[in-house]
Design a protein around this ligand. Sequence first.
Ligand SMILES: NC(=O)c1ccc[n+]([C@@H]2O[C@H](COP(=O)([O-])OP(=O)(O)OC[C@H]3O[C@@H](n4cnc5c(N)ncnc54)[C@H](OP(=O)(O)O)[C@@H]3O)[C@@H](O)[C@H]2O)c1
Length: 120
Amino acid sequence: MLSRQHSAVILNVNSGLALVPKTSSAIYCASKGALNIFSQSLRYQLKNTQVRVLQAFLPLVDTPMTKGRGKSKMTVEKVSTEIIKGIENTILDHDIGKVKLLRLLNRLLPSLAQKIMQGS
Ligand SMILES: NC(=O)c1ccc[n+]([C@@H]2O[C@H](COP(=O)([O-])OP(=O)(O)OC[C@H]3O[C@@H](n4cnc5c(N)ncnc54)[C@H](OP(=O)(O)O)[C@@H]3O)[C@@H](O)[C@H]2O)c1
């Protein structure tokens, strides 16, 4: 059991689409939004244990899932390196690549963030 370990991490692989949805893939966006809330609640539940609940929010990554769509995708190698850094530094909500900008834009100018994502 994780709670019996000296320290343990649950890493949920999330997406920038959990923060601002895009027009297509409504169910995918909704599932990532749900994963975000689930992760936060689980984090509260495990607050007094050795288990940390982390999330990595990925941008568009060059994997079989995104074959034939999108431009300037992040490589799997770069994303993996970032994810490992996040685990090593216990970054609770780790925004990777363009998600950093998306989260900031969504805080400062949510209508602009929504407009950009609707168009993509
Ligand atoms: N690619 C992106 O741009 C991007 C962006 C943000 C977040 N993400 C997230 O990153 C994660 C990985 O995505 P990806 O791009 O690597 O997708 P992918 O290329 O489609 O790979 C998905 C992987 O999940 C496995 N899988 C699918 N259904 C499964 C099941 N029911 N049980 C066990 N394994 C299953 C597949 O195994 P098989 O090969 O055996 O089918 C495959 O190895 C996902 O959570 C995705 O939402 C991806």
